[in-house]
Design a protein around this ligand. Sequence first.
Ligand code: IPM
Ligand code: MG
Length: 357
Amino acid sequence: MKKNIAVIRGDCSSPEIVAQAIRVLDKIAEKHGHTFAYTEVDMGGAAIDKYGDPLPGHELEKCLASDSVLLGAIGGPKWEGLPGDKRPEKGLLRLRSGMGLYANNRPAKIWPQLADASPLKPEIVAKGIDFIVVRELIGGVYFGEHKTMELENGEKQAVDTMPYAEHEIERIGRIGFETAMKRRKKLCCVDKANVLDTSRLWRAVMHRLQAEYPEVEYSEMFVDNCAMQICKNPSQFDVIVTENMFGDILSDEASEITGSIGMVPSSSLGAGTCGLYEPIHGSAPDIAGQDMVNPIACILSAAMMLRYSFDMAKEADEIEAAVNAVLDKGLRTADMMSEGCTRVGCAAMGSAIIAEL
Ligand code: IPM
Ligand code: MG
């Protein structure tokens, strides 16, 4: 098969992980007789430096013309002082929205080899951690109106609004139920319905959908409680469906309890098969250029791209098995290092995974 992949190398330590993911993809292509053609796309800090815009229209066009997009991570201290509209993060939000990618899938699964690296007590980890955060990705407060104005007394006031229309809730709610149907058939809607109108509307829509999925055990939880439950008893969760900002926050928490945020990939999809695949972690500016960053989340994101956008389940399985084998051998990057293991750098981790393929 021939596929066109748009590649966003990203900022700070991100190009290091994307390079490893591409090596892995090339190895898979060679092994299975596929052709992966890469189109380089600038987004985030790199695009600001080059074009003064975190996502120029021509770069978005390249993504829309591709079969899928592979991204590392964007942002860093260099661009922090810029106004909201010109920041690297705005490029990412515009990319997700421009591609219509409303459904972000973030798996939180303990790798048995990394159980020691989890900050949770062993008895909690032993009960199992295997859930998915289905995060709404192109609505809510990240896409509502942002404004800062001056009050009569000269003080500044800022406002961010959180809009959600029923169709936006329904399409992500459906993904939540469908995802649950393919797993242990449990879905938890996470919100703040004791305070927010958007959450109450969210629940009303979910109740309508619930009637279509009688096999799914459906529950609801306030987001503050959920944050606590994720560290107290994560084994209770199968699929969590939630709005954009809550999903952003909870998925970081969920990833960390599985051992390292450096291990968690994600997929973002909309109506078609063209998706965006990226680690959930940031660009790790503090370790940029030191060959220290963990490439596994990016490599697993490439595997997700093969599975969900290219229908290459076997190839994806092989990458995941290779990661598993390398962890079995005790190889660890700094972020997930524990006693008795061998510490390796980013490129060596990539090579070790390729050697298993
Ligand atoms: C993420 C990131 C982004 C988000 C930022 C960089 C805009 O935190 O992918 O979780 O909030 O979605
Ligand atoms: Mg985040």
